[in-house]
Design a protein. Structure first.
Length: 534
């Protein structure tokens, strides 16, 4: 690789200051190592540590390294190194899940984890290559145009990479930067632009701060970038007073049952009947408007439950006026398996919701990958998804929407419950899950952070009940109310207030983010074409 010169770096508005940094960047392996370290440190910005400036710093380092790449291919490698560090550090728990929870051998678990981490890293690498191709190599434009074009293009490209990551193979949204912003002044933007809009603004703030602190741009450009950083990070407070929704009806009482059944025991035939009886006792211990169990709390198909199970639940619902929500597998009209939540009403009637977005490998085998999925020892595999337009579940004049397990990762899955034809959008969300697959890992807290962001973006309270935790009430502003500690058996009781009304994100979804992204890239292209003064 040709050495970079001090003169070429002086024309680069985001080059690092200091002779030591310049010497370091002369070495290609050091460049990749810096990117990987920045990525590996960044997950401290997300839950459970939640030190969000660390995530901004990590992406700021990536932004400062990219101009030193000699070509889009080199930028791809820098982005790949950052992405590998980010996802290996932040999603390394996938190995433990594969090996310890599914019975996969060490070799296959390592292979599966490596493929997964590498796949996720590509969604950072490609945007970096696009950035380098689009604006990173252009020299002949004004300092202000240079800084603006690079900042805008970087923030939009990386955020679009996060969005693209949510699409193929069922999608995966964890460690999107917007999730780390849920407790910042930027958070009130979420009801307008969603998680990827938050990511874009946070990335722009990070890149602007780096330009102001380490760039060799003129002072007026650096001061402008510093001001832009402050506005981007604090400007969301202007939206904080906005009330997007209003209360509807009286609050509902709830009881959320955290059974704390280990994954090893959950589907063991020797313990199934004892688990069913334990949940029945917890359900019938006291009444509430909503009594909910975790995902597949009853580890059998509905038609395989002990003969008196449903009749006992129906008798309890009739006697107490409770609506009972059971996590249980069901059979579709053609005998296909479904991951479901069954509602037992006070009239003894049964309604149900079938999971729409199934977990790849866990609940179905992606085409051509059955050879890998077959090595995982998982009960209730080969399921079929439910219809996307299933009706809401009714409770005392309130409308409930259900999210099962990793459906809580996706804003669009949550949004389809809120944005519905007519006035039948849900007033409360019920999220049932089984995260025992990830016990003891950061995945538990990462998932809760995602749920909080979606609650904020859609302005809907979320009742979340998980087998081993976290069982929690999240209010319509994304704040954690009451919660149970993880790893204990317990019942969370309280009241939840249903709401009605739509945020801009609930109305339009990702379209504003995508439209603004295209517009911003067009602006960056125009800025990049401005010639320098002579």
């Amino acid at each position: 690789m040709a050495h970079l010169t001090a003169s070429s770096l002086s024309r680069d508005g985001t080059a690092s200051a200091g002779v030591g940094a310049l010497a370091l960047m002369h070495r290609w392996p050091a460049l990749l190592l810096c990117a990987a370290i920045a990525g590996a440190v960044s997950p401290f910005g997300w839950a459970p540590v939640s030190c969000w400036p660390v995530a901004l710093l990590g992406y700021g380092v990536l932004f400062s390294l990219l101009p030193h790449s000699r070509s889009p291919c080199h930028a791809f490698a820098v982005g790949l190194a950052f992405g590998l560090g980010l996802h290996l550090s932040g999603h390394g728990w996938v190995y433990t899940s594969l090996h310890d929870k599914t019975g996969m051998s060490v070799g296959w678990a390592v292979l599966g984890s490596a493929i997964f981490i590498g796949y996720l890293a590509i969604f950072t690498a490609v945007p970096c290559a696009v950035w380098r191709w689009g604006v990173g190599h252009r020299r002949r434009y004004t300092p202000s145009g240079q800084a603006a074009a690079r900042i805008v293009a970087f923030s939009v490209c990386i955020a679009l990479g996060e969005y693209a990551r949510s699409l193929p193979f069922g999608g995966f949204t964890s460690l999107s930067l917007g999730h780390a912003m849920v407790d910042t002044w930027l958070a009130p933007v979420a009801p307008v632009l969603g998680v990827y809009g938050l990511s874009t603004l946070a990335l722009a703030a990070s890149a602007a701060a780096v330009t102001a602190a380490t760039g060799r741009a003129p002072m007026h450009v650096r001061l402008t970038c510093l001001a832009a950083t402050a506005v981007l990070l604090a400007g969301g407070r202007l939206l904080e007073p906005v009330e997007w929704v209003r209360p509807l009806g009286a609050p509902l009482s709830f009881r959320l049952i955290q059974g704390n059944v280990s994954q090893e025991r959950k589907f063991d035939p020797q313990h199934v009947r004892a688990e069913v009886e334990a949940y029945l006792q917890d359900v019938m211990e006291a009444p509430a408007d909503i009594v909910a169990t975790p995902e597949t709390a009853f580890p059998l198909f509905l038609n395989e439950l002990p003969a008196d199970t449903l009749s006992r639940l129906q008798d309890h619902a009739r006697a107490t006026g409770s609506h009972v929500f059971l996590g249980v597998a069901t059979l579709g009209p053609d005998g296909e398996g479904r991951n479901s939540v069954v509602q037992v009403t006070p009239h003894g009637e049964l309604s149900r919701y079938d999971k729409v977005r199934l977990m790849p490998f866990g609940e179905y085998s992606p085409i051509g990958l059955g050879w890998f999925a077959g090595r995982m020892q998982i009960a209730l595999k080969d399921l079929q998804p439910g219809a996307a337009d299933q009706p809401t579940l009714q409770v005392r004049g309130q409308r409930l929407g259900v999210l099962i397990c990793h459906e809580d990762l996706f804003g669009e899955d949550t949004r389809r419950w809120v944005r519905r034809k007519g006035d039948d959008g849900v007033t409360v969300l019920l999220n049932v899950s089984n995260l025992a697959w990830f016990d003891g890992s950061d995945a538990i807290d990462q998932r809760l952070q995602i749920v909080r962001l979606h609650a904020l973006a859609l302005a809907r309270p979320v009742l979340r009940v998980a087998n081993t935790g976290v069982t929690v009430l999240v209010d319509a502003r994304g704040r954690v109310g009451t919660a149970l500690p993880t790893g204990v058996h317990g019942i969370l009781s309280g009241q939840v207030q249903g709401v009605q009304g739509l945020t801009p994100y609930a109305r339009y979804g990702e379209w504003p983010f995508l439209a603004l992204s295209v517009s911003a890239l067009g602006l960056a292209a125009l800025l990049a074409m401005r010639t320098a003064r002579h």
